[in-house]
Design a binder for this molecule. Sequence first.
Ligand code: ARG
Ligand code: ASP
Length: 693
Amino acid sequence: MRKILAICFLLIPAASLHADEGMWLPSKISGRIDEMRSMGFMLSAEDIYSEDGSSLKDAVVLFAGGCTGELISDEGLLITNHHCGYDQIQAHSSVEHDYLTDGFWAMTREEELPNDGLEVKFLVRMEDVTSSVLKGYKEGMGEGKRIGIAERNSAKIIRKAEKEGAAYEAQIVPMYYGNEYWLFVYQVFSDVRLVGAPPSSIGKFGGDTDNWMWPRHTGDFSLFRIYADKDNNPAPYSEDNVPYRPKRFLNISTAGVKEGDFTMVYGFPGSTKEYIISDEVEYIAEKSDPYRVALRTLVLDNQKSEMDKSAGIRIKYASKNANVANAWKKWQGESKGIRKMGAAASKRKYEAAFEQWASSNGKEYAGITEKLKKTFSGMEDYRFAAEYLNEVFNAVELLGFSYRYVNSDPETRSTVMDAFFKDFHMPVDRNNFSDVIADCEKAAGEEFMPEYLNGLLSVYGHDADSLASFFYASSVFADSVKLKNASLQDMENDICYRLSESFKDFLRDEIMPAYLEGRKEMDLQYRTYMKGIMEFDSLRAFYPDANLTLRVAYGSVQGYSPADGIWYEPVSSIEGIIEKDDPSIYDYDIPQVLREIYAGKNYGRWESGGTVPVCFIATNHTTGGNSGSPVLDGNGNLVGVNFDRVWEGTMSDVVFDGSLCRNIVLDIRYALFVIDKVAGASHLIDEMCIDGD
Ligand code: ARG
Ligand code: ASP
């Protein structure tokens, strides 16, 4: 009796899984539809995903291989985030046309700008192909055979699927650690043109200070248009191409949202690890995240102190700094959130209950948790070294540059060199070298450092700063003039190139084999563990970890309490932009036209309650890749564009807390207001279907 009670008690946390947690497979959404409808969804499962006719899925695309976008007109107009279109906006920018600073608006179709290499993918269909992938495999044949059979069968399925239509691309993806295999068939469009982007003072308003934060006031959107050939099929860029006529585009609602309203996010979440064991959770919160944060803090401090010295250096390091800061901030929130939830301890309890169930019921899974822990402890140091040394390598820009330069085609070397020196400021890199190499000695230790580096440090009496002085004074890679005249032999004997190679070799030969072996073993053990917990925890609805495949997340608009005594409201407005506006701070200096519109309260139809709504938060379970995803109301109308999460909830990639995890959404009315009133691009508004007109 006591045993049964204990098990029931321990089951509660999982069985009462928060309704908002989950990234669900669209083709299986019928299993969730009752709950969705009870929360305010008015449509059917077929409205979300259908292979015949059109459904909402036909309006959603994987944008540039890492973000989401959605169609908002019958002429191929697409909206995504400003930070998702950033590379394209930057690529078209120059001193004369600085679209990053000033924004860009194509006033005619002719002005829309083509983008080399930019692709969007529509999901044509998805299918559980587990039995076909494993056809011919029988239990007990061994993992080697299983892999071989799965690969051969998958190749056949993919070949066949890719013949089904023009520019089709197919992919087979394991779900639940290979307990299932799913086929995804996409149609790929490669003529995608830039239509509009607000100035960064709107699209990136608040910069890294506001990044991952609520309350938020960022107008994080940009517009593109998909072009097709005359038959509406995908085609490479051509002047003869015409705007694509999509199977489906989204209607926009300006009714807005309020606390408690249903929201659904339909997009391509990149990666989550919701089912990992307690030891891995603890490793992330206590080791991996804190060490990488500490290292990046050194880098950010060095960048900042130089960036503050001149506008030129600030511009050179703007994008690098944003990249380093993004994960740096997220990891801090993640680690804090995991600790606050006591996630490792509750996973430990769950594992104990599972093992007790497995052994008392004579299940083959009994003992799998211990096996996982053992494999993990055998590979932990290697995993840390792999993650940490990569951070060190990336922190010293000269290392990567020397490697790229020597290994590039001699014809293209001058381009590689120009691109590098354009945004390079040696004092930043020199100080980073000194700081991160010193940190590396402490964090990794000699055993986990490349021999060449150990040798250099011992010559310099383990004084990383003296080594740095010598390094930057003697390397040809630190000096473009010397580098131009250097022979291949000079380069190969150079201290920087040798150090760079020693990092690469050390990782490849000493670290990655043990790490990957452990990873493979764990994935296999996780397959058993996952199957086990799905049987054990049979009341819980399991969703597969995110893996950049299309998912549905549903929840509702809700505020939250980030700390004792504070309550955050779920919606923000233009009032907050004006409160934050400060011409003396780069990230908060809004365009003058916005100040004027505010002063005249000239909001037009985008006004609501005397103001213009800007962002809102909701309980949808999202992650990196969901940026740009459509946020839909109960009728499937577009009410916002997803772009971030709140800092206190960034542990949702590992463990979800319904009281803290919130996604951040750009209110579609602010995007429309900017297009209409700030940019004067009302011709774009005319293409859209807003409130049924
Ligand atoms: N935090 C968001 C995401 O992970 C936005 C990142 C871009 N913005 C920035 N300031 N770095 O993608
Ligand atoms: N900002 C992220 C993205 O770019 C979204 C997130 O991590 O919530 O996909």
